[in-house]
Design a protein around this ligand. Structure first.
Ligand code: BES
Ligand code: MN
Ligand code: MN
Length: 454
């Protein structure tokens, strides 16, 4: 049977198999899910073997194992490395899910469950594409190495060590990743840029212990008030980041590139609907595409302290905490940015509180040209699989491994995303459009097939 006919005939089977993986709550942040992480790794390994991969191994790291497999049966042909992750974000708040997060459910042409779009559904696209190629052609037309990790959602903390220790094994002519989104429905997209991510946590301590706010209030520092004032000063009126030096190394983007990004086919109205806020407030002087893709940001991701229970409690908290992140663009240097952010936060602090400043993780941005012939193959396969012309986009999100691989091996990285911006990755009711899941398997199978003549 021909490749596409075979894939078409397996729709039900593919979907049911993906549902099995989605039922495993492989949440990487929570230690209670360690057994589920192990189970998901086993599941991936088994499916890689079934797809005909050799030397499939579950490799332990300091935290969660990664799954590796390879098929090197095409001497003289190109070798690609496919990367993805089987871990997922926590499903909370659970009560906001229409159907339970780990009970995959199809509604209106979408498959709902944690990990459908990010990234189990996209990983499964590749496993099934490889299996289909092998089934219909007898063997793979190219050499493929597959690495599926279990710590992406916690910053790929131990991955780098693994890469350094396995440089030879991971060597490839290109890196292939499906962990991003399409620009909008019906527009297959290739991502050539990601922002970098630095994550910080701060703790302010005022009084040595919690105090009665009537007895002490008025004379003593309140860390929550102080944090709020300080945070308010991290942006100016135009929503520019008020950290000295923060923009110094931001590369200018060519007019030609800006023009290309700003003329991509998407609807601002749809974007506003997805956001659902009464109004937007991005950095003044930049288009939405620029704000999301070529400008750096500073975001508050969490803030807690004081009394959060039911009713009233008159208290001045001793401590307050905040989680802050910065998204970085070329040529910002993560370590330099972290120093600048810490310096500014310390500068804004009054003498009445102590501040503990921690850098939880750092990651560089990635932007690369798409001139290598492999991108033509990618465009062509997406066009055949989806019946639509593909576009080149940048993304605001971060995938630490892509930057690391690009820096280490200097190979082209081809990011073919099958999610959509409104599919609620990291949020309740995460889903994946079935047309993109099924279309993805076809496009990826064609892509691997075409790489034989790269
Ligand atoms: N798949 C996402 C990254 C992503 C999403 C890129 C959408 C482009 C478009 C990935 O799983 C993710 O969530 N990354 C984190 C960073 C990580 C270090 C926790 C992110 O971007 O916040
Ligand atoms: Mn992801
Ligand atoms: Mn994610």
């Amino acid at each position: 049977m021909d490749l596409i006919g075979y894939i078409e005939s397996k729709r039900e089977e593919h979907l049911n198999e993906l549902k099995e993986l989605l039922r495993i709550p492989s949440v990487s942040t929570k230690s209670e899910h360690k057994p589920d992480i192990e189970r998901a790794a086993q599941w991936i390994a088994e499916k890689l073997r079934a797809a005909g991969m050799d030397n499939v191994e579950i490799m332990p790291t300091k935290l969660h194992p990664l799954v590796y497999g390879e098929s090197l049966q095409a001497p003289g042909k190109p070798t690609v490395l496919f990367y993805g992750h089987y871990d997922v974000q926590p499903a909370e708040p659970l009560d906001l899910w229409t159907s339970p997060a780990f009970e995959p459910t199809v509604r209106d042409g979408n498959l709902y469950a944690r990990g459908t779009a990010d990234d189990k559904g996209q990983v499964h696209i590749h496993i099934k594409a490889l299996a289909a190629l092998r089934k219909t052609a007898g063997k793979l037309p190219i050499n493929v190495k597959v690495m599926i990790e279990g710590e992406e959602e916690v910053g790929s903390v131990n991955l780098w060590e693994f890469v350094k220790a396995n440089r030879e094994r991971l060597k490839a002519d290109a890196l292939i990743v499906s962990d991003t989104a399409m620009l909008t429905k019906g527009v297959p997209s290739i991502t050539y840029g990601l922002r970098g991510l630095n994550y910080y946590q701060i703790e302010l301590t005022g009084p040595a212990q919690d105090l009665h706010s009537g007895v002490f209030g008025g004379a003593v520092p309140n860390p929550i008030t102080i944090l709020a004032e300080m945070i308010a000063k991290l942006h100016d009126r135009n929503f520019r980041i008020a950290v000295p030096g923060f923009y110094d190394d931001v590369a200018t983007v060519s007019r030609q590139e800006l023009k290309a990004l700003n003329s991509l086919p998407w609807k601002e109205k749809e974007f506003r609907r997805t956001v659902g806020a009464p109004a937007l407030n991005g950095e003044k002087g930049f288009t939405i595409r620029e704000q999301l893709w070529v400008r750096p940001t500073l975001e508050l991701n969490g803030i807690w302290g004081g009394y959060l229970g039911e009713g009233a409690k008159t208290v001045i908290a001793s401590k307050v905490h905040a989680k802050i992140s910065t998204r970085l663009v070329p040529n910002q240097e993560p370590a330099k940015i972290a120093r600048q952010v810490e310096r500014q936060i310390r500068k804004l602090l009054p003498k009445s509180v102590h501040c503990k400043f921690e850098v939880l993780s750092m990651g560089k941005p990635w932007v690369a040209p798409y001139t290598h012939p492999i991108f033509q193959k990618a465009i062509h396969s997406l066009e055949t699989g989806f019946g639509k012309r593909a576009v080149f986009i940048r993304e605001g999100g971060s995938i630490p491994f892509v930057t690391q691989m690009h820096d280490t091996f200097k190979v082209p990285c081809v990011l073919l995303g099958f999610g959509l911006p409104d599919e609620n990755a990291h949020a309740p009711d995460e889903h994946l459009a079935l047309e993109n899941y099924f279309g993805g398997i076809k496009a990826i199978a064609l892509f691997y097939e075409q790489l034989a003549t790269l």
